[in-house]
Design a protein around this ligand. Structure first.
Ligand code: WT7
Length: 656
């Protein structure tokens, strides 16, 4: 973000007070901040009491060997029991847990907590029968159907950590994750619906399984939900239909309590190198963090609210704010399979109207695309049930914030801009809707229990009105425990930069405004944020150079009105590829889609003769970003050959 935009942002002076009725009945009050600061561990212990523990902990936090934390040490619990069974035992078995809305109109299904308990138990029995044991990893590659939630909870129930891979990822991406976590089984579907058409998933699993085998890892079983009825290839030794196994299994299953630190799941996310990081979350702390924040930040009233988070379960938001947090809190929620505008542009608003959604959580990129379509579409629907609106994934620009609040929330529902990461497991910085006033564009302050700071390169807190690096200064229950199989990378990536102070380095730049409120500005490393999805520049560069015509590639994230950032690639072709042919750009875009997935497709690919490098050979992405954002190219004095930028710029004006 340029300094100019930044100072405009910080001049934002609109303020929205919490609605009086919400404030009067708020779950957390102002005093919680002080109380948490007074005795942080006692505060977190109080939050952990939201869960049902089979055995209580004897120590809240073990931080004797930082950065390896243990929370609620000695405690034992079962995550699925907490998300399902205990609500049934409390007499709420008939309450709808999930209003599932399929993309094809009228394809909908409600699941009560009792039904969820039955299905999760059946799936748990099936997994055990297929040979999955406590501690084995299970990959989940599914569309947004109830079985996806059931699959996750069934894994949790038997203590088999899941790794959910976003259904939009390619077979290559799936294969590398299967190998990295040595998944014993995969749960998938024949396909899902996307913009009105069935879209296959099973073939990608078949390919990924073959690729994993060639790299020495065999997946033993693939459990397949029949969703679209499309033809699939079948390997009778490996493939098992869900309806023929889970559908026939016993609904009786006794959940076993696991250690608080038992691995719950691994979620892969992009880092600064080409290899995705498997972020490990464990049971007690993660569930405490997701349940507490979901209750506090959305001011959840489980008896009356209807909650809807539009994320996909393939991302951390779907884990913490569709599956674990909301279900641990016993909510009634919406689960929607499809795209926002299928079959009509008002599809989301119709769902809110029909199901009387009261809490709605989505991403700025979606809000911006609705803004473009205009207010007339949402205005056709009655959305007066909405009382809290959430935003996540990237900074929300003030225009989008105000539009969201005004057009969707009718100036009545406050917007909470929630900052967090795959690694933090749950929301860290956000207003509380009944306590904090709203400031368009600011995530405001850490929630009670969390300590964050904006610091200089040296780790000193910056004064109000200045910017620096965002750090978390104290451990929190839902923090990642490590990177799967790579403790060193865990230490190096998050804890080495401020090792002296013991701060967690988030990788984001931030600014404190004159009131001390936080503005998260975006990544300071080689990670991009495209429509709220995290992508690594290096990963896309590796994909590009794996194409036979490409010699070298550099990728930058350039500012984009719709997606926040967009992928812009600069490539040098191999000599023997000549000019690459007319369709070279299309060919490379297809190649990246295939290697990683559609979300990584470059918006723009420029074929260039050289890349700007320092004398030590490091690509100066800053300069490429100037080109991609149509700015005057900045300081080139540290380039090995300063004429390179002229070559690239002339290429660009020539239409490159
Ligand atoms: C990165 C984490 C958190 C779930 C979705 C993304 C950016 C996230 C905000 C926000 C500004 C935000 C940060 C962060 N980010 N939320 N409210 N304001 N930036 O999770 O894929 O792990 O990405 O997303 O850059 O580091 P993720």
């Amino acid at each position: 973000m340029s300094d100019q935009t930044l100072s405009n942002l910080l001049k934002e002076d609109r303020r929205f007070e919490p609605p009086a009725d919400l404030a009067a009945d708020a779950n957390l009050k102002e005093e919680a901040y002080e109380r948490a600061r007074g005795d942080r561990e006692a505060f977190w212990a109080e939050q952990a009491e939201r869960l049902s523990w089979e055995q209580p902990w004897d120590r809240v936090l073990d931080w004797d060997d930082p950065p390896f934390a243990k929370w609620f040490v000695g405690g034992r619990l079962n995550a699925a029991y907490n998300c399902v069974d205990r609500h049934v035992e409390a007499g709420r078995g008939d309450q709808v847990a999930i209003h599932w809305v399929g993309e094809p109109v009228d394809d909908a299904r409600d699941l009560t907590y009792q039904q969820l308990q039955d299905e999760v138990s059946q799936a748990a029995n099936t997994l055990t029968e297929l040979g999955v044991q406590t501690g084995d990893r299970v990959a989940i590659y599914m569309p947004m159907i109830p079985e996806a939630v059931v699959a996750m909870l069934a894994c949790a129930r038997i203590g088999a950590p899941h790794t959910v891979v976003f259904g939009g990822f390619s077979s290559d991406a799936l294969a590398s994750r299967l190998v990295d976590c040595e998944a014993k089984a995969v749960i998938t579907a024949d396909g899902g619906y996307r913009r009105g058409a069935p879209s296959a998933l099973k073939p990608a699993v078949d390919e990924a399984r073959a690729k994993a085998s060639s790299q020495g890892h065999d997946v033993a079983k693939v459990l397949v939900v029949q969703r679209t009825g499309q033809d699939v290839e079948w390997d009778a030794d490996v493939d098992v239909w869900w309806h023929e196994s889970v559908g026939q299994a016993s609904t009786e299953h006794t959940p076993e309590a696991f250690d608080s630190e038992h691995p719950l799941f691994v979620m892969y996310t992009s880092g600064t190198t080409g290899k995705p990081k498997g972020i490990l979350h464990t049971t007690g702390g993660y569930l405490t963090g997701s349940a507490y924040t979901h209750w506090a930040v959305f001011d959840l009233k489980p008896e009356t609210d209807v909650y809807w988070c539009t994320a996909d379960i393939g991302w951390i938001t779907g884990h913490s704010y569709i599956v674990y947090g909301p279900l641990a809190n016993g909510v009634t929620q919406v689960l929607y399979e499809g795209t926002p505008d299928s079959p009509e542009r008002g599809r989301w608003w119709k769902i809110i109207q029909d199901l009387k959604v009261s809490i709605f959580y989505t991403a700025p990129t979606a809000i911006r695309s609705f803004m473009k379509q205009g207010q007339e579409i949402p205005d056709q629907f009655d959305m007066s049930s909405l009382r809290v609106l959430g935003s996540v994934g990237e900074p929300i620009n003030p225009e989008a914030y105000v539009w969201y609040r005004h057009v969707i929330g009718k100036d009545k529902a406050p917007v909470v801009d929630t900052w967090w990461q795959t690694e933090t497991g749950s929301i860290m910085i956000s207003p509380l809707p009944g306590v904090t006033h709203g400031k368009p564009g600011s995530a405001m302050i850490p929630i009670p229990g969390v300590e964050a700071e904006v610091v200089t390169e040296e780790g000193e807190a910056v004064p109000n009105g200045s910017g620096g690096y965002l750090v978390l200064t104290e451990p929190w229950p839902s923090m990642l425990r490590t990177i799967w199989g790579d403790d060193n990378r865990f230490k190096e990536t998050y804890w080495s930069r401020y090792a002296k102070q013991g701060f967690y380095f988030a990788g984001d730049g931030a600014k404190k405004d004159d009131d001390g409120d936080l503005w998260v500005l975006g990544r300071v490393d080689d990670v991009m944020n495209v429509s709220g999805h995290r992508l690594s520049t290096t990963e896309i560069e590796s994909a590009l150079v794996s194409h036979p015509k490409v010699a070298e590639a550099a990728v930058v994230g350039a500012k984009d009105e719709d997606t926040g950032q967009a992928v812009c690639a600069f490539v040098i072709l191999r000599d023997e590829a000549g000019d690459g042919g007319e369709d070279i750009v299309a060919e490379l875009r297809t190649h990246v889609r295939k290697e990683i997935g559609p979300i990584a497709t470059p918006r723009q690919i420029m074929v260039v003769p050289e890349l700007p490098k320092t004398r030590s050979g490091k690509i100066m992405r800053r300069l490429l970003r100037d080109v991609a954002e149509n700015r005057e190219v900045g300081d080139v004095t540290t380039l090995a050959d300063s004429s390179v930028m002229d070559l690239i710029s002339s290429k660009q004006s020539g239409g490159g």
